[in-house]
Design a protein around this ligand. Structure first.
Ligand code: C5P
Length: 224
């Protein structure tokens, strides 16, 4: 087990994991693993290659070979490249999210991504954002947070996020898609979305991002 401190932040879509993980990583000077982006990239690459959604072997092979680069974009935001192509915006669409959730239920795809995810744990430390960071990928993490929020609040947050990016999605469609995705993530056979036994559950409904970040940082500082 690695001695690099890892903080895992797991939870359902729209729980605020992304923002909280990024800001906690920045405050501690730690690296960040956005594991959802890996599944989004596999989903997108599979669709572009014309793979049938359930073709487990082909998707796993693809997952093992993807040339992914995470970096910082021109405005200081995130930048994600796939085989040299800028896919920063393409992986954030609801289509990519749904493709991700489909390929994420394939056991061989998850297995193909395990080592790639563990390699993010380098000094001085890592904040890992996902669904199974605390249960499967980093069971020895120093702090495990399971972040939730009510389904209504999560749909509203996601709606605002997409609107801010200029994407027009109806709140009703989004609520339905989030509910479907949650159901698939919670009930799949491999690495379902579930809090680790030693995770601290934090319900962020009604809390501002700043409040959640302060809570997680306080917990983290108590354990580092
Ligand atoms: O977090 P994000 O919305 O980017 O994740 C997209 C999808 O990828 C999730 O709905 C989930 O199905 C899958 N995922 C996963 N395990 C992770 C991260 C994401 O199964 N560690």
């Amino acid at each position: 087990m690695s001695t690099v401190p890892v903080i895992t932040i797991d939870g359902p879509s729209g729980s605020g994991k992304g923002t909280v993980s990024r800001r906690v990583a920045a405050a501690l000077g730690f690296h960040l693993l956005d594991s959802g982006a890996l599944y989004r990239l596999v989903g997108l690459a599979g669709r572009r290659a014309g793979l049938p959604a359930g073709d487990e072997t082909a998707h796993a092979t693809l997952a093992g070979r993807l040339a992914i680069e995470f970096g910082v974009g021109p405005g200081g935001g995130e930048s994600v490249r796939l085989g040299g192509e800028d896919v920063t915006d393409a992986i954030r669409t609801e289509l990519a999210g749904n493709l991700a959730s489909q390929v994420a239920s394939l056991a061989a795809v998850r297995a193909a991504l395990i080592d790639r995810q563990r390699r993010f744990a380098t000094p001085p430390g890592l904040v890992a954002d996902g669904r199974d960071m605390g249960t499967t990928i980093f069971p020895g993490a120093v702090l495990k947070v399971f972040l939730t929020a009510s389904a209504e609040e999560r749909a509203r947050r996601r709606h605002k996020q997409l609107k801010d990016k200029g994407l027009d999605v109806s709140l009703a469609d989004l609520s339905r898609e989030i509910a479907e995705r949650d159901q698939r993530d919670r009930t799949r056979a491999v690495s379902p979305l579930v809090a680790a036994d030693d995770a601290i559950e934090l319900d962020s409904t009604g809390m501002t991002p700043e409040e959640v970040i302060a809570r997680v940082l306080k917990l983290a500082r108590g354990r580092l």
